[in-house]
Ligand binder design. Sequence first.
Ligand code: ACO
Length: 384
Amino acid sequence: MTTATAPNAPILDKGLANTIAAETQMSFIDGSKGVLEYVGYDIDSLARNSTFEEVVFLLWNRRLPKRAELDSFTAELRREYDLPAGAWKLLVEMPRDAAPMHALRTLVSALSLFDAEADDNSPDANRRKAIRLVAKTPALIANFDRHRKGKSLVKPDSTHSIANSFLSMLNGAAPTDAVARALDVCLILHADHGLNASTFAARVTISTLSDLYSAMVTAIGTLKGPLHGGANEEVMVMLNEIESMDRVEPYIRGKLARKDRIMGFGHRVYKALDPRAGYLKTFAKQVAADTGNMHLYEMSTRIEQIMAAEVASKGIYPNVDFYSATTYHSIGIDLDLFTCMFAMSRIAGWSGHCIEQLDGNKLIRPMADYTGPHALRYQPIEKR
Ligand code: ACO
């Protein structure tokens, strides 16, 4: 298969880096110019002007809503914030020392047990389930965090936005407008991103005509890895390890000399600055200044300078995870919840992609290049 020359013969494309495996109308990326658009709208203008709820409407309907449409969509989401009784019961049964991404994957899977439409793959049922998934995930994450800390569970407040309601549950107190807006912006920036690894995984699962919950579970498991969504957590671990400005240079240069990867840098598609990182950098500076975390921002910019001198020639720049670490820490999110924040947003993209995949579905099933031996003779076990 690797040396195939016939027209249309399959070629080995490791990591599928040069394979287009799906069509989408949700997000567009130009990796060489550092452009990201949702349905034609530049990510920067959405981060400045929009809300997460409006962006979800945009991604799912391929247009911005009118006022009445947004009000009705927001109301629909808010009616679904609360969890089924069975999910509240399961939450308190979760081991308190479970890693949050394992807990989230398990709890999202459990939601299917309480949804009569779980196996209905019609577009209308999948849209209703997508709304439930986006609406309920914040309560799962915030209340798992409360449970593991021995705090009482808190119901979502359906008079507030997703970002505000999540932070109110997490902290047991309403966030300031600035903090709620900071989270809202992070949710906007993470909502969709072409055929990234977790979205691809979700599309593979739904392409078998499985169900939306199973696809979300696949995606959460895929997002968790440190080469994908888990990188934001690793960035914070790195900033904690570095501790102070004078240690930045030896730490980063030492890692590069050992050929270790610097988390929060590099991207399969962007060979210029990830536009989400550009916006988040400005935002992280403001949030860090407001919350007494300027040292994190300053260490981050120093890391960026060293990386620019050392590896920018390879097309390695900060990605979305780099400055989201400082932003999440500054707004009081625990380090091991960072990747859950990513999932809370990307679930909008994953579910939109699944609905897109089912419209004209074709089973996603690539081939493997077999590199083992052939024509071996079976030996009875005593003779091996
Ligand atoms: N630090 C140092 N060097 C790097 C980094 C990095 N973060 N990323 C890539 N490189 C180097 C590689 O060592 C390689 O160098 P070489 O050609 O001298 O051997 C070159 O850049 C190309 O690297 P690849 O692994 O081939 O690039 P790929 O496209 O497969 O990897 C990836 C992309 C996985 C994101 C990579 O850049 C990485 O590991 N980054 C760190 C993890 C991270 O931040 N992930 C989040 C991505 S964004 C997201 O998922 C939300």
